[in-house]
Design a protein around this ligand. Structure first.
Ligand code: PLP
Length: 399
């Protein structure tokens, strides 16, 4: 591996680069997690999470990856043999389905082509057929990180309501929280699952469950076994800012600062920034003559863009050239997309110039790897960021 100077470009869709400010906030001595000082920190982060999830209900924080938070959502609400409805949006939805099956849940998995989000009409039709209300939960991935497709949660909520179905709604926001508009209470989500290393810009190690009253009620009567993941064990000490076991103290210092950063910029501004960066990325992909994997413009992900490789060209060979020549990591295609797509992350601590740097690396890498493309993608992205299309500037030049 050649040596590089300058910084590494970590343009995978999570973990995302950790801002210097968060690294500094975590560079602290560990404190006694039973002390009053810790209780104050615990209260601050638990309340701050409510602002980020947009909920007035409790948010549970685990020392875990996102996968742990997936398991907590299932273990606290469902019973062996329960039926749930899930949608095959991509790799992560499939992993969550597999986990549910291993835990003894019967999953009705609506098939998908990995280029579209969860279809609200298909969900409504399944729920409307379920007169006996056998389906206990609808479980969807908000931003499918393997494909760059964002499902429309408000429409999914409406579909459940239109079928007058009492199923719980559980949503994986692991790669959307802090990057894409999300409203736990307003959209009446029962369990929102998330984690620290994507839109929250932190290192891996924190998992989250935001809970509705309906979810808490389900946890009182469900019969899946749990101990470490038990919400009730968490909620009791959380009331005073404490945890039932040793929390990830230094990540909580970081979380306090990450919440402050997001609120200082303003959540709406954060979401706008991600949408702009995503639009600029798609402008580049179009100018290169390549194809974005997501096929429905309503579902373009603000977090990442998956790009389809031209036939006969391997995405992993291209990513290797980009890493070795330009010191940039791009996301790989996962499972059935392996080698067929690469993914450009544009989330978290990413601004116009970071993105233009990343897209420059992609454009130079396409040339270096001999991948057929047109030049001018970076220019198209700059035009998009400046809010003028090529057509407009040509008109201006003629006039
Ligand atoms: C990253 C990711 C996961 C898995 O999270 P881990 O922290 O690796 O366990 C699950 N779902 C989605 C949508 C993700 O992006």
């Amino acid at each position: 591996m050649p040596s590089h100077n300058g910084r590494h470009f970590l343009q995978i869709p999570g973990p995302s680069p950790v801002p210097e400010r968060l690294l500094r906030a975590m560079s602290m001595q560990v404190i006694d997690h039973r002390s009053a000082e810790f209780g104050a920190l615990g209260k601050q982060v638990l309340e701050g999470c409510q602002a980020i999830f947009k909920t007035s209900g409790p948010v549970v924080i685990y020392p875990s990856s996102g996968t742990g938070a997936w398991e907590a959502a299932i273990a606290n609400t469902l019973s062996p043999g329960d039926k749930v409805l899930m949608v095959e949006t991509g790799h992560f939805a499939t992993l969550w389905r597999n986990m549910a099956a291993r835990l003894g849940i019967e999953v009705d998995f609506i098939g998908g082509d990995w280029r579209h989000g969860a279809d609200p009409a298909a969900l409504e039709a399944r729920l409307a057929e379920d007169n006996a209300h056998a389906i206990k939960a609808v479980m969807v991935v908000h931003n499918e990180t393997s494909t760059g497709v964002t499902s429309r949660i408000p429409e999914i909520r409406k579909a459940i309501d239109a079928a007058a179905h009492p199923a719980l709604l559980m949503v994986d926001t692991i790669s959307s929280l802090g990057s894409v508009d999300y409203r736990h209470d307003e959209w009446q989500v029962d369990v929102t699952v998330s984690c620290s290393q994507k839109g929250l810009m932190l290192p891996p190690g924190l998992g989250f469950n935001a809970l509705s009253q309906k979810a808490i009620a389900a946890s009182k009567t469900n019969s899946l076994r749990r101990s470490y993941w038990d919400w009730e064990e968490m909620l009791k000490p959380n009331a005073n800012g404490f945890f039932p076991y040793t929390p990830a103290t230094n990540l909580l210092y970081g979380l306090r600062e990450a919440i402050a950063m997001l609120l200082e910029e303003g959540l709406d501004e954060v979401f706008d920034r991600h949408r702009r960066l995503a639009a600029a990325t798609r402008a580049a992909v179009g100018a290169w003559g390549l194809e974005v994997l997501c096929q429905d413009p309503r579902e373009y992900s603000p977090v990442l863009t998956a790009v389809v490789m031209p036939p006969g060209h391997d995405a992993d060979a291209f990513r290797k050239v980009v890493l070795e020549k330009y010191n940039m990591s791009l996301g790989a295609g996962l499972s059935k997309l392996a080698g067929k797509v690469f993914r450009i992350g544009h989330l978290g601590e990413c601004n116009d110039l970071t993105l233009i740097g990343a897209l420059s690396g992609v454009e130079m890498g396409l040339a270096a790897a001999g991948v057929p493309h047109r030049r001018g993608g970076v220019q198209a992205a700059m035009d998009e960021l400046e809010g003028r299309s090529l057509a407009n500037s040509e008109t201006a030049a003629v006039a």
